[in-house]
Design a protein around this ligand. Structure first.
Ligand code: DAH
Length: 362
């Protein structure tokens, strides 16, 4: 069959899948020559069909097989070509992709969590939208208390279902109440988070960060407070020569209340934490508010103040970050300027650990 030889040769020589397809249609399609031959079988006599039939079937099979072979060869050649073109050279340097960094506030919060975890403190949290009972009343600040006015509170226009005024929490202290009510005693927690006050200048922003600490147990006294804060500040500033000065003060939620100063030394006109503040060239800087938890607060937390005592402390996370890492304008913390972030930010893998250093810049 001359036509068969020609078709097989053409298929073998076809250069593209499209060309193979055209040949397939010409042979096996409805109008194709093989199909036409197959149709002639119907009008043949049985003898003729017996002699011609096998040759026609063989031609059909030969063409079908040749098409499959050629298509397969063309497809694998195309795949080879694509693989060769798409190969990447892993020995090339990585492209200079933009890299994010961890904000100093997040880094310092991680440092604090690490330090206090080592002292057996868990991390607690509460809502930023609070009611005035948790934010004030339960913390021994009844409605008429003058300390409420000092907080420059953002109030919401509506009250909650219990008729309480709703506000943006002005400090992390309400987490003390929420944790006592939810977990009972004994307790050892820190509560880092955002707080809000209507105030704005170089050292105040309407939103800032605080960390609260609370210990409730039996027989807790001021010595436990002092040791804990000293241990914490030494770990945080990574210096053994941290000197504390405890000053009597007033907070509604603690009795007695203590303000804590750390000694600093002036180095090239800059305050560096460490050393005795009373030494020549030194001074004191307030870093924390603290005290023994007021009986009324323990009772508001659902505990018996004759059975449980405790101490609490609170401080600004942003301020701690500024002191440790040397920034001087708080507003830059919240501008989102990537130049500031890449200068003061931390590499994502620089996770604070006590063994590796809680805040060592690489
Ligand atoms: N809540 C206080 C503030 O925002 C800080 C504070 C002072 C928290 C003394 C305390 C504390 O837990 O004992 O100014």
């Amino acid at each position: 069959m001359e036509q068969l030889d020609q078709t097989l040769a053409a298929i073998a020589a076809a250069e593209t899948p499209d060309a193979v397809e055209t040949l397939r249609v010409a042979a096996l399609g409805k109008q194709g020559w093989v199909s036409a031959l197959l149709k002639t079988l119907g009008s043949m006599s049985p003898e003729e069909r017996q002699t011609r039939g096998p040759a026609i079937q063989a031609a059909r099979e030969a063409v079908t097989a040749a098409i499959a072979t050629r298509k397969g060869a063309l497809e694998s050649a195309a795949l080879e070509a694509r693989l060769a073109a798409e190969r990447i050279d892993l020995s090339l340097p990585a492209p200079d992709a933009p890299r994010g960094s961890v904000h100093p506030v997040s880094q310092v919060m991680d440092e604090l969590a690490e330090i206090f975890a080592d002292l057996g403190f868990a991390v607690a949290s509460g809502p930023e939208i609070e009611d005035d009972w948790h934010n004030f009343t339960a913390l021994n600040m009844p409605e008429t208390h003058p300390a409420r006015a000092m907080h420059d509170t953002f109030y919401f226009p509506d009250h909650d279902d219990a008729g309480r005024s709703m506000l943006l929490r002005t400090h992390t202290s309400p987490v003390q109440i929420r944790t006592m009510l939810a977990q009972g005693a004994p307790l050892r927690i820190i509560a880092p988070g955002r707080v809000y006050r209507s105030d704005s200048d170089a050292t105040h922003t309407p939103m800032f960060h605080q960390i609260e600490g609370l210990v409730i147990d039996k027989g807790i006294h001021l010595g436990h407070l002092k040791w804990t804060l000293e241990t914490f500040l030494k770990a945080f500033f990574e210096r053994e020569d941290i000197v504390l000065r405890l000053r009597p003060s007033y907070f509604p939620f603690t009795e007695p209340s203590v303000e804590v100063d750390v000694g600093f030394t002036l180095v090239a006109g800059k305050r560096v934490v460490g050393g005795d503040g009373d030494a020549p060239g030194g001074g004191w800087m307030e870093v924390l508010g603290s005290g023994m938890v007021n009986r009324h607060v323990i009772a508001a937390g659902g505990l018996d103040p004759d059975e449980w005592q405790g101490f609490a402390f609170g401080t600004g996370v942003d301020r701690l970050a500024m002191l440790k890492y040397g920034m001087d304008d708080l507003r830059a913390f919240f501008d989102g300027d990537h130049r500031w972030l890449s200068h003061y930010g931390f590499a994502a893998l620089d996770v604070p650990t006590l063994s590796g250093g809680v805040g060592v810049r690489p």
